[in-house]
Design a protein around this ligand. Structure first.
Ligand code: UD1
Length: 337
């Protein structure tokens, strides 16, 4: 298949591009490089051993996106482009709604115009809000009581895709609800390159281990979890990338949501210890008050993806830490050097 990967130069996109290439698919990366680097595309080509077709355009701008994709064919789309920082979305709601919703609308229209019927959407476990059960499966309510605009855009785009399919029965769409992606390609050549202060746990820990930041702040130690710190389902980004390809290769008309997670929860302090072990470096930390909007535990029940996609995670948290450390220690300044 020839696959359009929107946001294909980003963290999830770059790893997914590589797995697609390894599976024999052709990749068209569309990115505006607002939060990614062209160096990532160069490295995917180097690792994959062949060229990627690159389209530089802002997908939220219909005229620009249509012009940039003129004459470029694709059989399916994996939609990853969008803004993803929770705190920023609270401060800049209109920007988040405009960019994320418009990008999805433009892509759906372009697919319709061209008769493309296969779509994989990068959703998030954030659509479950503050889940009342753990592990959580896809039958649990989603899009209820979410606490930030970023999360709402994911839930709204899921609904937009369902409504589009109702009007266009030939459309086959998969909504992939990611839990917490971590790690990097085992080569250490591509990985997560956050701009500014990382919001997420593992990139922050990696920057402490490499000496770029002094100490980690652990957000709360009085949650009802075994050691009191927050529990999440960390999934190796290579497992996540393989989940996209498994989903893409099995798409049928209709809309299906799948959790992509490992099914195992790890606490903040367990991640700290795993990273210390993998890196051989200390990760000093302070316990500070909980972060607004955080919940005690979010763990996937990935049975549906295991059974219907024939996919499951194969990489451990220890491997994710080792791969993240390889990327961080050999690229301390990210793609910029
Ligand atoms: C966050 C977002 C989620 C988004 C996901 C991936 C919130 C409420 N949720 O998930 O919508 O899809 O990122 O981008 O922001 N922690 C610390 N210190 C830190 C950073 C994190 O103790 O410096 C803790 C958190 O309290 C949490 C765990 O580490 O218990 C994981 O945090 P994080 O990596 O930010 O992911 P989530 O909050 O699960």
């Amino acid at each position: 298949m020839r696959v359009l990967l929107t946001g294909g130069a980003g963290y999830i996109g770059s790893h997914t591009a590589l797995v697609l290439m390894e599976r024999g698919h052709d990749v068209v990366v569309l990115d505006d490089f607002s939060n990614s680097s062209i160096e990532a595309v160069r490295r995917i080509e180097e690792l994959g051993g062949r060229a990627v077709q690159l389209v530089t355009a802002d997908l939220a701008d219909p005229a620009a996106a249509r012009a940039a994709l003129e004459g470029i064919d694709f059989d399916a789309a994996i939609h990853l482009a969008g803004l993803k920082a929770v705190g920023e979305s609270v401060a800049q709601p209109t920007r988040y709604y405009r960019v994320n919703i418009d990008s999805a609308l433009v892509l759906l229209d372009l697919m319709h115009e061209r008769g493309v019927t296969k779509l994989v959407f990068s959703s998030s476990a954030t659509v479950y809000g503050d889940p009342t059960v753990s592990p959580i499966d896809e039958s649990q309510p989603s899009g209820v009581g979410l606490t930030n605009p970023y999360g709402w855009t994911k839930a709204m785009i899921e609904q937009i895709i369902r409504d589009t399919r109702a009007a266009r029965p030939e459309l086959g769409a998969v909504l992939l609800r990611y839990f917490n992606p971590v790690g990097a390609h085992p080569s250490g050549r591509i990985g997560e390159d956050p701009s500014g202060i990382p919001n997420n746990l593992m990139p922050f820990i990696a920057q402490v281990a490499v000496g770029k930041r002094e100490r980690l702040s652990v957000f709360g130690d009085a949650y009802p979890t075994p050691d009191g710190t927050g529990v999440r389902d960390y999934i190796h980004v290579m497992d996540l990338a393989e989940g996209h390809v498994a989903a893409l290769e099995r798409i049928e008309p209709g809309v299906e949501a799948y959790n992509l997670g490992s099914g195992t929860g790890s606490s903040v302090l367990e991640v700290v210890r795993a990273f210390e072990q993998a890196s051989g470096r200390p990760v000093p930390y302070d316990i500070v008050p909980p972060r607004a909007g955080d919940v005690a535990e979010v763990v996937a029940d990935p049975s549906k993806a295991n059974e219907r996609l024939g996919w499951s995670t194969t990489r451990s948290l220890a491997e994710a830490c080792a791969d993240s450390w390889r990327w961080q220690s050999t690229n301390p300044g990210g793609y910029a050097g």
